[in-house]
Design a protein. Structure first.
Length: 73
């Protein structure tokens, strides 16, 4: 019998996300179009985010985003 504790669910989600990211980086899978019939181009692997575009691109998106924050100094 399997018990689905919060820890078990978190571990499963971790491995699913890790697999999705690996597939995306290796070009094995494409982002879904969110049900839209309109053909979308593949987004760039790198996008410069700033205060004026962060909410529109990341927060309001249905896509999976991995954001790296760094300081240029």
């Amino acid at each position: 019998m399997y018990l689905h504790s919060d820890k078990h669910i978190a571990i499963c989600l971790h491995w699913q996300i890790k697999g999705l990211l690996s597939d995306r980086l290796e070009g094995k899978s494409k982002p879904t179009g969110g049900g839209s019939k309109e053909k979308k181009s593949e987004p760039s692997a790198s996008v410069e985010l700033n205060a004026s575009n962060f909410d529109d691109l990341v927060i309001e998106s249905n896509e999976l985003w991995i954001v790296e924050f760094f300081a240029p100094w």
